[in-house]
Design a protein around this ligand. Structure first.
Ligand code: C2O
Ligand code: CU
Length: 505
């Protein structure tokens, strides 16, 4: 699996890993004596090859964890502690971010902000508790547009203390690749055109690292399907034909079980949905899952193919409701309000003008932008294409754009003054999506990544209970790289003397 590009271990790295091993042994002994709930994992980010497209195409050079695409599924029980040694066998720096897991700030895997990036040949040990049950994933936060885009990602599943009953629990990690006719990776990562439009949308969609053909099922079977969108930029809108996909969780967090509008399960990059599928067709049938998110570009993703032997005659009536995770409930009435506006991208100026007359609240930030249209064009040429409250970020070293009082409820009102979709992600917290374009949402769903349509206004609410500096960014990784990120600092208003302010390791 691995190839010749793996750097040989330096003496320094050898010492580092030897230390890690002995520390690990001590840790295990100690934890055996106290609580037996520490789960140890090791992940090696490196080079590999994967059979993405079906034969007779050859395999594709990828970057991946442990030589497998996707990386190994990390599966633990809620409240277990994880200890994950991440080894960097790439030839550039990396980190690992546990997307959607409410970890302590120092374990969040953001280079320069929460840790020094892991140099090639070295390791970093992440330790945190699985506080929430649900479907999560891991990926690097260093040059993610290329590292994730080449295949560095894997699922992280936290099982409920009492899982709901299903016949099969299945993870589908969706991704999207831009390949050549001979199944080689197109090397045009980070180009300006992708950054200004809808990101690196590819030409080859995979489930668990392979172009799927069919998925065998049985009549009467109940499947819990954990969908994870690991693509850089592609948004999925999955249509399950005559099956009713019942969503029971978004982004790992339970939601009132429901069939989404039009039966379409929409997943922006980084988003997850746990759905229950009762397989209702007769033996020998086929049901196609079609992705119809982009107008006029629908394609068949995969077919469910029914086995000759039904499992049972009728669908089971087992309960669907998941137990809630221990999330603090925001008090919207007393919440502190913040306004955040997104600008930029292709046709950004046009949308800003349209919306500028429309909305008073966000005209401040947009006013600045429209005022300096000449300089905005200049900035675009320098690779700063997307702006949050008028600022395009560069790298991960930045001052916080908002300081959120720790322990208080906050509402962040976001305005998408661009012509593009953006899946906006906040680290360290889950938030309730409370309104869209002024209308309260029906399910007040908890998410960590919320998909915003062009010109849409979305309000989110949460208690800022996790101290530290947290990334807030678009998960279209080309947008993130071209400026669409910022930092929310969660802190007490006036730190006492001698109190650590924001942990940096
Ligand atoms: Cu999935 Cu900031 O990341
Ligand atoms: Cu975006």
């Amino acid at each position: 699996m691995s190839n010749l590009r793996i750097p040989t271990l330096t003496r320094r790295a050898f010492i580092a890993s030897a230390t890690a091993v002995s520390a690990g042994a001590m840790f295990t002994l100690e934890s055996n004596a106290r609580a037996a709930s520490v789960r140890e994992f090791r992940l090696r980010a490196g080079f590999g090859r994967a059979q993405i497209t079906p034969e007779p195409h050859g395999d594709t050079a990828v970057w991946c964890y442990d030589g497998s695409l996707p990386g190994p599924e990390i599966r633990v029980r809620q409240k277990e502690r994880l200890r994950i040694v991440v080894e960097n066998a790439l030839d550039e720096e990396t980190t690992a971010h546990w997307h959607g897991v409410r970890v302590p700030n120092a374990m969040d895997g953001v280079p320069h902000l929460t840790q020094a990036p892991i140099p090639p040949g070295e390791t970093f040990t992440y330790a945190f508790e699985a506080v929430d049950a649900g479907t999560f994933w891991y990926h690097p936060h260093q040059r993610s547009f290329e590292q994730v885009g080449r295949g560095l990602y894997g699922p992280l599943v936290v099982e409920e203390a009492e899982p709901i009953r299903v016949d099969r629990d299945v993870t589908w990690m969706l991704s999207d690749w831009r390949l050549t006719e001979t199944a080689e990776m197109r090397e045009d990562f980070g180009n300006l055109h992708d950054a200004m439009h809808n990101g690196r949308v590819g030409n080859t969609v995979t489930i668990n690292g392979r172009v799927p053909d069919y998925f065998p099922v049985r009549k009467g079977e109940r499947i819990r399907l954990r969908l994870i969108n690991a693509a850089n930029a592609r948004i999925f809108g999955l249509d399950f034909a005559d099956l009713d996909p019942v969503v029971i969780a978004f982004d790992g967090q339970p939601v009132e079980p429901h069939v989404p509008e039009g039966g379409l399960v929409v997943l922006g990059p980084a988003m997850r949905a746990d759905i229950i599928l009762d397989m209702t067709a007769d033996a020998g049938n086929r049901t196609s899952v079609v992705d119809r998110f982009y107008e006029g570009l629908a394609y068949r993703l995969v077919d469910f193919v029914y086995d000759d032997q039904p499992l049972r005659k009728t669908v089971p009536d087992w309960p669907l409701v998941l137990a809630a995770n221990p999330l603090p409930e925001p008090d919207v009435a007393s919440a502190i309000r913040h306004e955040v506006t997104f600008n930029g991208g292709m046709m950004g100026a046009m949308v800003m003008q349209e919306m500028g007359d429309m909305d008073e609240g966000s005209s401040g930030a947009m006013g600045n932008m429209t005022g300096g249209m000449g300089s905005m064009t200049d900035m675009m040429h320098s690779g700063k294409i997307w702006f949050i409250n008028g600022v395009a970020a560069e790298g991960h070293i930045m001052d916080p754009m908002l300081t959120l009082t720790r322990g208080k409820s906050h509402v962040v009102a976001m305005t998408n003054a661009t012509a593009w979709h953006h899946p906006m992600h906040l680290h360290g917290h889950s938030f309730r999506v409370i309104s869209r374009n002024g209308q309260p949402t029906r399910y007040r769903e908890w998410q960590d990544t919320v998909l915003m349509a062009p010109r849409e206004r979305v309000e989110i609410a949460f208690v800022a209970d996790n101290p530290g500096n947290w990334m807030f960014h678009c998960h279209i990784l080309e947008h993130q790289a071209a400026g669409m990120m910022g930092v929310f600092r969660v802190a007490r208003p006036h730190p006492l003397k001698g109190e650590p302010k924001c942990e940096r390791s």
